[in-house]
Design a protein around this ligand. Structure first.
Ligand SMILES: [Fe+2]
Ligand SMILES: [Fe+2]
Length: 297
């Protein structure tokens, strides 16, 4: 068998348009990549963008934000790759493994869509800025505890926040292209969050105590402040230069002050009740991210 011959492009769709062709290998792998990327995708009306009606500073602000988003999505590819290793080590069930590995593929799709959005505003075909994320690694603790703690960080906290901020952003977004991209990303992030909450429940039901008597619940409770701080750091981070004008908002962008309120609301109304329902103590989460933090921007 000649492995270098052109592969039969199973499931090829003649109408399929690569999202960011400048980020592909130029080899026969592309056909299979398109098949993988299409599997969960809705078609995006790329040509319907209203970017041309914006001023140059508005386009620059949006290009900067979509490049930041591509960086975050690209980082999430490595996050789910590392999490998959933790879940394998903890002998997680097959559905948890497949959904975690698929989440990494979803994040590649998200990164592709974000660089394409950046190109719409900047005219430049950039790649996502390079980045590799690492997750806390404590080899002496039980594998189940490590898998559960990192699932909380990545999925229960980060991805759940992503769904709440995307839902709020979608409410402002009237540009048809930005709306379709954010909707597509949102529907995947909902599943990425569900992966974490489901695995957390499974781990609590099946887990036993570690060598020092630390329970699964203890491992989860210890991770919670660290996970919340991780997302808060992103919310508090400096934004690309440029004003968030009313027109910019309709292309899917909120102010940092609005994002703080959304994170505080997410902690109070989603994360804290969710962890409490599973019996995980939430410590000072409500005080740490209450009204004072939300209005500090
Ligand atoms: Fe994503
Ligand atoms: Fe995600």
């Amino acid at each position: 068998m000649d492995v270098l011959a052109a592969v039969d492009p199973q499931g090829r769709d003649e109408f399929y348009e690569p999202t960011s062709p400048w980020w592909l290998s130029g080899t026969p792998l592309e056909a299979e990549h398109h098949r993988l990327m299409r599997r969960r995708s809705v078609s995006i009306p790329w040509a319907a963008s209203t970017a041309a009606a914006l001023t140059a500073p508005e386009r620059a602000r949006l290009a900067g934000t979509w490049m930041r988003r591509s960086e975050a999505e690209y980082l999430a590819v490595s996050t789910f790759s590392v999490l998959a290793l933790d879940l394998l080590a903890a002998r997680a069930p097959a559905d948890v493994l497949s959904l975690c590995l698929r989440a990494g593929i979803d994040e590649i799709r998200h990164a592709e869509m974000c660089v394409r959005m950046a190109e719409i505003y900047s005219g430049k075909q950039n790649l996502p800025p390079f980045g590799m994320s690492s997750l806390p690694d404590e080899p002496e603790r039980p594998k189940l505890h490590q898998a559960l703690a990192n699932t909380m960080l990545v999925s229960c906290v980060s991805e759940t926040y992503a769904t709440t901020v995307l839902a709020a952003t979608l409410e402002l977004t009237t540009d048809p292209t930005a709306h379709a991209v954010l909707t597509s990303i949102y529907s995947d992030e909902v599943m990425h969050a569900r992966l974490g909450w489901s695995y957390l429940r499974h781990a609590i039901e099946t887990g036993d105590a570690g060598r020092k008597g630390e329970t699964v619940i203890d491992a989860a409770a210890q991770m919670l402040p660290r996970a919340l701080r991780g997302v808060a750091n992103v919310v508090e981070a400096e934004r690309p230069v440029g004003e968030v004008t009313p027109a910019v908002r309709t292309h899917g962008l909120m102010t940092p002050a609005e994002e703080r309120v959304i994170f505080a609301t997410c902690v109070r109304e989603v994360l804290v009740p969710g962890f409490q329902a599973l019996g995980v103590p939430v410590g000072s989460a409500l005080d740490d991210y209450g009204d004072a933090w939300a209005s500090a921007a």
